[in-house]
Design a protein around this ligand. Structure first.
Ligand SMILES: Nc1ncnc2c1ncn2[C@@H]1O[C@H](COP(=O)(O)OP(=O)(O)OP(=O)(O)O)[C@@H](O)[C@H]1O
Length: 251
């Protein structure tokens, strides 16, 4: 009789889990003059994510899909501890992120979670190497070790010959690779990426996806995207609409 392969989704505790998570944003601090004229007393609110529950196991690549405004970035930010939920909870390695102080949450994010933002978020005045080393500065790692580690990471993404270039002297794909190197420099357990190929041409996008596949052999990856090719690298697609999960399954 064939022995079934172990299912990593059920045999390990989740790396990150959202339980009945809702995130409400308030636009502006009050109704304003026109709002008052219209008889509004409360500032307008947007429920960006509504009652979402999602469990992510170590080693998975999960794709967040859905139209613009469906809540992908917000959910990604909640899973990465960049935002706290209005209702519900997010547990990272089985601890509720909201129970942490802001300082501890920042440290957790720096040590365990690598984030690749939609528009890279690189510091224009710093070299590629200094950008990659930034999380290590925040963690208090010494200068020599930082330089070594940042150089090693840039080598890994094929930018060993661009260490001293500033973001403005790099192509979009190269900037994205610097952002990936920065997200990986602390050796995080979880990497989240928002539209990692959004601004890239097809060929560069393919190189970046190959990089993510490599990244995912050692860690968990959650990526939000509109792009079918990008989502194709995921083991599982979670589809959002108006802040709720409308479909979850294997791709
Ligand atoms: N900081 C914020 N303040 C107020 N509203 C916000 C904020 N961030 C997001 N929203 C609103 O929440 C909803 C979900 O936005 P979100 O960015 O999560 O969607 P998305 O699926 O990532 O969209 P896109 O694919 O266009 O990036 C939208 O209606 C958006 O306008």
């Amino acid at each position: 009789m064939a022995i079934p392969a172990p299912d990593h989704r059920t045999t390990h505790p989740p790396i990150v889990a959202a339980t009945n998570v809702t995130k409400v944003y308030t636009r502006g601090s009050g109704p304003g003059r026109f709002g008052r004229l219209l008889g509004r007393s409360e500032p307008p609110t947007v429920e960006a994510v509504s009652d979402v529950s999602l469990t992510i196991q170590p080693g998975e690549i999960v794709g967040l899909a859905g139209p613009s405004g469906s809540g992908k970035s917000t959910l990604l930010h909640l899973l990465a501890g960049l935002e706290v939920p209005t209702e519900g909870s997010v547990q990272f390695q089985q601890t509720d992120i909201a129970s942490y102080s802001t300082r501890r949450r920042t440290r957790l994010r720096l040590e365990e979670i690598g984030i690749v933002f939609q528009r890279f978020h690189l510091v224009d005045s710093l070299s590629a190497r200094a950008n990659v080393a930034l999380p290590l500065v925040e963690l208090g790692v010494g200068r020599r070790k930082r330089r070594e580690r940042a150089t090693e990471m840039l080598d890994r993404v094929g930018l060993g010959d661009r260490l001293g270039h500033k973001p403005g002297e790099l192509s979009g794909g190269e900037q994205q690779r610097v952002a990936i190197a920065r997200a990986l420099v602390t050796d995080p357990a979880l990497v989240v990426a928002d539209e990692p190929t959004g601004e890239l041409d097809t060929e560069t996008g393919e190189q970046i996806l190959a990089e993510f596949r490599r990244v995912a052999t050692e860690r968990t990856v959650v990526l939000a995207s509109h792009d079918r090719e990008t989502l194709a690298i995921a083991d599982r697609i979670v589809r959002l609409h108006d802040g709720t999960i409308v479909e979850q399954g294997d791709e």
